[in-house]
Design a protein. Sequence first.
Length: 499
Amino acid sequence: MFFIRLWQQLPGAVSLGLLWGIMTLGVYMTYRILDFPDLTVDGSFALGGAVVAQLVTLGVNPFLATLFSFGAGLLAGAVTGLLHTKLKIPGLLASILTQISLYSVNLHIMTQANLSLPNVISGGARSYRTVFALLPSLGLDDKGVTLAYGLAMVAMVVLALWWFLGTEKGITILSTGDNAQMSRALGVHTDHMVLLCLMLANGLVGLSGGLIAQNNRVSTLDMGAGGIVFGLAAVIIGEVIFRRRSLLGKLVAVVLGSIVYRIIQSVVLLLKWPPEDFKILSAAIIAAALALPTISAKLDPWLIRMGWKKPRPPQETAPALVEASPSAPAEASAASVPAGDTSLKVAGISKVFNRGTINQKNALVDVELTLAPGDFITVIGGNGAGKSTLLNIVAGVFPVDGGGIAIGSNTITAEREYRRARLIGRVFQDPMLGTAPNMTIEENLSIAMRRGQRRGLRPAIHKEERAYFRQALRSLDLGLEDRLKTRVGLLSGGQRQAL
């Protein structure tokens, strides 16, 4: 009897999992891709529902109202992004401030705590103005229609995200979340990428809220409560159970995680637990989902010994980099230097850290340095002498307290780090800082190849570029030319430095 009831409820659970899966994709973008603790989700989800309910009530076409829910989510994400990037408010606090504000915004939009969608009674049947009601039924009942079109909508969102994250613009979002310092050194305006990712993520959350409100035929102020927790749990469940490595596979796994979580909730409801214990059970389910990676790692050796799981094949290892050829970096940098006067002039540079405190440190005082094109110098000094500080100031990591910097005829003293990338190339002392570990070798090279250039919606990696990468890597004699799809985090420190 239990399984019969579960089977009857399965279409509804799967359809809800699909619609919530769009929200989960938004959480994945901020939580996994951007590594940003965004709690705006609870508010932007309800915002999408509020916008749809009010617009449909006013007679707006449900399809247009659904697009507006996406736009409302974009604006909510923009607020969080601007608070963080322009006002320098910590990301977690910025998202909390936006979430709190959205409660009042949603109340103003709906003018009441609950707003039902308008309905019409025709032929003894009640119908609602929703996107699902306006689409052809294909001979399916309401749950079947929601399931079929929900699947189609999710497929379109997943494919659109997969395409976008494979473009020049999309890959810079990936690199910003993976290694923001490297991205700035390669000409990426990381603040803009954070803002763009937050907008797109919350746009998806708002779109999901609008669809859920139409599925439920009502929008409520608290419909987004716990949304971020649901999204995180779904992401973890999808990653642990389905374990996809490609970007498309990861996006699909996130949606499947949402469906699995919804089915688990349906099972709990069918077990008829006391209503007052439902929150505890939800917390237990989420805690179990978050603990799955740790539990899985502990169980893997035992499963392999029992023969129930195949061991992972060993990673290919290339020869260790013992000594880098001094000519290789020089040739690489020379190829990327703009034509014309490339002399470097550092005039009277000063830098003080922790000014006016007991920890004040005069790192640089009236430093002068002039380099002509082709000059090769070594800066020597003890610990704390200011060697790294000088390089970071030239690269734009730190602002100067006095003096100026010029490259040729370009005065760059006030320019930010990402803007200087068109004139300056650098190799980080720590190879971990100079590469994005969760991105592949070819993706890292693609980011570097476009240093200082405008990045658009063209594909991030072309066939010709891939051939060029292989040719360039072959000169290192490290075997990396055959590992373009390998994550950089799997390479040795010497290999990453050479890369």
